[in-house]
Structures are given as C-alpha cells and as structure tokens.
Ligand binder design. Structure first.
Ligand code: ADP
Length: 220
C-alpha cells in the first residue's frame, strides 16, 4: 500500500497519515517532520530550510526530491508507506513517478477543507516542543499526551505565515490535484469532519482506490 496524502496546510494530512500508518504497520514519511527534525538538530539542510519554512515558502525541489528518494530506498518502505507533505510541486510529483517505477501504484487521497476552516485550525493548533506531536485542537491540554513536553504554537503557524502558506499552496501545490485526478487510484474526501469520521472516509476511499489499482493490473 503506497499511499500519498494531498491537501492544503491544516487539512489534517499529518493526523490521518499517522493514524493510518500505525494501523497498517507501515512507515509514515512526512517531509515537514523530516525538515523540522533537521532544523532541531541543526544539520546543514536544517539551517538552510529554517529561514524558508519560517517565511511559509517551499524548500527547493532538488533538496526535497533527494530527501524523499533516499527515504523511499530504505528497506522499511518495501511493504508500503504513507507519504505526507510531498510532492508539493509538479516537478516533485514527476520525480516521484520516476522513483516509483517498478513499485505498486500510488493511491492518492486529496483531503478537501474550506479555506476559513484551515485558517481557524492553523491559528489554534499547538504542537509539542520536544517530540513535535500535534495536540488535539479541542483538548485544552497543558502538556504533550505522548511525552509530557511543553505545547507551543508552531513557528510557521502565526497568522502572516499561514496566509503565505495558503497562497503558496494554491499557486504551487493545488495543480497537483489536476496532475493526479486522471488516475484511477485518485480519490477526494471531506476533511471538514471530526478526525474519526475523516479516518473512516479515508479507509473507504483507499479500499475503493486499491480495488481499481488491482483491476488495472497493477503488480501486487
Ligand atoms: P503543513 O502544515 O503546511 O502541511 P508541513 O509540516 O508539511 O506543513 O511542512 C512545513 C514546511 O516545510 C512547509 O511550509 C515547507 O516550507 C516545508 N516543506 C515540507 N515539505 C516540503 C516539500 N515537499 N517541498 C518543499 N517544502 C516543503
């Protein structure tokens, strides 16, 4: 099961990807998380990416494609993976198609959420300063449920940067919906529902898309 999650920032890709990957016992590959880890541990890529991320812009295609190519070569992705945050440009999508040659087809799920709801979610979301986990919006918790760390607003979730990230999404990432829509393994789901309802719709959409993939003679 090679799953790709599309959707604007705040659509819930990360939450759903994490949940699904855990349930299936396959790795979740989140480029946002890989970059935040690189920033945290002050690697060369992390230092360069930080300024770009803080402005709400995209890290260069070559860097991102390199990161994902290397990650998908690792043995633990052989039985499947959930990709979240990549591709974000058509150039990245086309590189991903090359990386995927000879592997099972991508199941592509687009999570659709109205703009006003995205702005609301991103403005109120908290993450753990230590482990990076998203805290439930309605939770009102003071500390991270996973590691007890301090909950903080993500550096790129302040209002000015959120507006920029949504603009960048419309300009650079939304064209991906058209790129993938023609494939029999593409589905959209309604992300403006409680997380467990979204998870149910996601599971059903994946089931249907996977069925199509098999019918189209994909190598299983
Ligand atoms: P979001 O909540 O916007 O979905 P992510 O956690 O996926 O955020 O990504 C955070 C930031 O990391 C992005 O705004 C961008 O600067 C950078 N980033 C993540 N993935 C990519 C990518 N595939 N290409 C370019 N930049 C990326």
């Amino acid at each position: 099961m090679n799953l790709l999650m599309l959707g604007p920032p705040g659509a819930g890709k990360g939450t759903q990807a994490e949940h699904f990957a855990k349930a299936r016992g396959i790795p979740r590959v989140s480029t946002g998380e890989i970059l935040r880890e690189a920033v945290h541990s002050r690697t060369e890529i992390g230092r360069r990416a930080k300024a770009i991320m803080d402005r709400g812009e995209l890290v260069g295609d070559d860097v991102m494609i390199g990161i994902v190519r290397e990650r998908l070569e690792r043995e633990d992705t052989r039985n499947g993976f959930v990709l979240d945050g990549f591709p974000r440009t058509v150039a990245q999508a086309s590189a991903l198609d090359t990386i995927m040659r000879g592997r099972d087809p991508l199941i592509v799920i687009d999570i659709v959420v109205p703009e006003a709801e995205l702005v609301r979610r991103l403005g109120t979301r908290l993450i753990c300063d230590d482990c990076g986990m998203n805290a439930p919006i309605a939770g009102g918790a003071a500390a991270c449920a996973k590691c007890g760390g301090k909950l903080v607003q993500r550096a790129d979730d302040n209002q000015a940067v959120v507006i920029e990230r949504l603009k960048v999404y419309h300009r650079q990432s939304e064209p991906l919906v058209e790129y993938y829509r023609v494939r029999p393994t593409f589905r959209s789901i309604d992300g403006a529902q409680p997380p467990d309802r979204v998870a149910e719709d996601l599971a059903a959409a994946i089931e249907a898309a996977n069925h199509q993939a098999v019918r189209h003679g994909a190598p299983r």
